[in-house]
Design a protein around this ligand. Structure first.
Ligand code: ZN
Ligand code: ZN
Length: 142
């Protein structure tokens, strides 16, 4: 059974702490695969020891959020079918081609101020602050 980072991290987030046997029962990884995969993710800084199991680190949590928006790089990931190359709104699921995504400038409306950032073009909720978006290399609107 091939490991899948996205599904594994998502399971850890749901359960808060996992043991190798959780991966065995959810994904049918073998015992050896489950143990070595957990320590592999811990070496990448995505998981940390919590008591007797492993939990998500802040970096692991960020990665799950990133996968939700951009998809992961695993072509066979059942959670990300067709997500690669698109930005998916975590609030409403709307997809836009990544190359069309821009950081919108600050704008004053009569009753609210829209801060600079990346917004969903359907529900208009914030997806990334301008600072996060710049780190990801998203261009500014002109
Ligand atoms: Zn995925
Ligand atoms: Zn949306």
């Amino acid at each position: 059974m091939k490991t899948n980072k996205h599904q594994t991290l998502l399971l850890v987030m749901r359960l808060e702490a996992v043991h190798a046997r959780d991966l065995e029962s959810h994904f049918r990884y073998s015992g050896g695969t489950a143990r070595s995969y957990l320590s592999h993710l811990a070496r990448q800084g995505l998981l940390g020891r919590t008591g007797s199991g492993y939990g998500l680190t802040p970096k692991g949590r960020d990665r799950v959020g990133h996968f939700q928006i951009f998809g992961c790089l695993d072509r066979d990931c059942p959670l990300c079918q067709g997500k690669a190359g698109y930005l998916t709104c975590p609030h409403c699921g709307h997809r836009r081609p990544s190359r069309e995504v821009k950081i919108l400038q600050k704008k004053d409306f009569i009753i609210v101020v829209r801060h600079p950032g990346v917004y969903c073009s359907r529900c208009w909720k914030l997806i990334f602050s301008a600072a996060q978006a710049r780190l990801l290399g998203i261009p500014e609107e002109r």
